[in-house]
Ligand binder design. Structure first.
Ligand code: PMP
Length: 455
């Protein structure tokens, strides 16, 4: 009996992808894509590039929001996955153990500070955060969780409870009790909470993905010292920043941190198979899994699945072999050097910031063209960013995105396999686009106002 012929299915299916998605998955999302002009039919991908059905090539500076650090359709990750499939490995035992999960756990832990000694696998970033919340509470026998304003840790209820953004939290309450937020960068506010000595953990992204906020000097080190002083655990969420994104394997290395809990996911997948993990100190693990009775206190059916483990092992291998972490540091520095002068050159550019290949440009009200700026800001705060993202995509075939709801910030998280030429292409296109957007011509403003009409 013949199995599924995927090629025949893809070649022969009738109707268009957007219509089918709208009918079966999410019509509102398809409306958004059509309104902002991102409604392409995608045919193929390789490395840092995508091709649409008409054969046009696009430079992917978004990298699936940071899950393609090793590039799309990386042939070495694919090869490892095919090999694993052909080996007929035992699969998940449920009541038993196999080789691959232990090997990936070991490979992750040797790349982190000695304080991290145990690994719990999950299927996604938000699940790794949920594990941190649960295990952190049980290990400390405390209930409160402190997070930072504008933090993002995932969209399931526990992770969402650490999120302060009403566009995500409204309509889904009540959230979990015991969650409090403090301003990112404010050690006094953090200490005021920790001082009560009832905080299980402080969860923080080392570089905030939403808005791309870098920590002020001394902040993360100070937060770690306060956590230690008051008996709270430090959870550094590396879901987006991990695996070379910021120019080091993990972002916490920039500040020499030794967190107790580290959720990871996204790029560990090699872009192929969902996989996440919570890396933690032995003390946390032993406090929770403290007896045979508690041996299976937390877990998930598919978490240590063998394809996910191979994707993770192949990804770590690829980051090392291709020196992608160093590449991220070098190209990130180059991207910053080429774009930081925009702050002086363009009235509308407020700031250009980044770490490794996590980069953003922020816009603010210009001295010239104030009326048009006010008009579009009034329609929707931050809307100016669409005046950049839209033309970058439509005119230059470059994929980027706004860095969050109501923020005039454009952000990029390209695959770490981008080249010097790709960076140059992006910088040239950005220059042209910002120059054009700064004039705020009526055609662009109209486009932005239509985009703001998205409901
Ligand atoms: N933490 C951070 C810092 C993230 O950026 C994200 C996803 N954008 C998550 C957690 C959630 O990960 P996932 O989408 O895999 O649930």
């Amino acid at each position: 009996m013949a199995g599924l012929d995927v090629k025949a299915l893809l070649d022969g299916h009738d109707g268009d992808d957007l219509e089918r998605w709208a009918h079966t998955i999410n019509p509102q999302f398809v409306r958004v894509l059509k309104t902002i002009g991102f409604d392409r039919t995608w045919a193929r991908a390789e490395g840092a590039h995508l091709w649409d059905a008409d054969g046009n090539r696009y430079l992917d500076m978004l990298g699936g929001f940071g899950m393609y650090n090793v590039g799309r359709n990386n042939p070495r990750i694919r090869g490892a996955l095919i090999e694993a499939l052909e080996l007929d490995t035992p699969g998940m035992l449920a009541m038993g153990v196999t080789a691959l999960p232990g090997l990936l756990a070991e490979a992750l832990l040797v790349r982190t500070p000695p304080r991290l000694e145990r690994c719990l696998f999950t299927n996604s970033g938000t699940e790794a955060v949920e594990a941190a919340l649960k295990l952190g509470r049980a290990a400390t026998k405390r209930t409160r969780v402190i997070s930072a304003d504008h933090g993002f840790h995932g969209l399931t209820l526990g992770s969402l409870s650490a999120n302060g953004a009403p566009e995500f939290t409204d309509r889904f309450g009540p959230l979990l009790p015991g969650f409090e937020r403090v301003p990112f960068g404010d050690l006094d506010a953090l200490e005021a909470e920790l001082k009560r000595e009832d905080v299980a953990l402080f969860i923080v992204e080392p570089v905030q993905g939403k808005g791309l906020n870098l920590p002020p000097a001394g902040y993360l080190e100070g937060a770690q010292a306060l956590c230690r002083e008051y008996g709270s655990l430090l959870c550094v969420d590396e879901v987006q920043t991990g695996f070379g994104r910021t120019g080091t394997m993990f972002a916490f290395e920039h500040w020499g941190l030794e967190p107790d809990l580290v959720p990871v996911a996204k790029s560990l997948s090699g872009g192929y198979v969902p996989v996440g993990a919570l890396l933690m100190s032995r003390a946390v693990h032993e406090a929770v899994f403290d007896s045979m009775e508690h041996a299976v206190s937390h877990g998930s059916t598919f978490a240590p699945n063998e394809l996910a483990m191979v994707a993770g092992l192949a990804t770590l291998n690829e980051l090392d072999d291709e020196r992608l972490v160093e590449r991220s540091a070098r190209l990130g520095t180059r991207l910053l050097e080429l774009t930081q002068p925009f702050v002086e050159e363009y009235d509308v550019v407020r700031d250009v910031r980044g770490l490794g290949l996590m980069w953003a440009i922020e816009f603010g009200e210009p001295h010239s063209g104030r009326i048009a700026w006010k008009l579009i800001e009034k329609a929707q705060p931050g809307l100016f960013a669409q005046l950049v993202v839209g033309p970058l995509f439509a005119d230059h075939r470059i994929l980027s995105q706004v860095a969050g709801h109501k923020l005039a910030v454009v952000k990029v998280l390209p695959p770490l396999v981008v080249t010097d030429e790709d960076v140059d292409e992006f910088v040239d296109a950005l220059r042209e686009t910002v120059e054009q957007a700064q004039k705020m011509p009526s055609s662009l403003t109209k486009f932005a106002l239509t985009a703001a009409g998205i409901r």
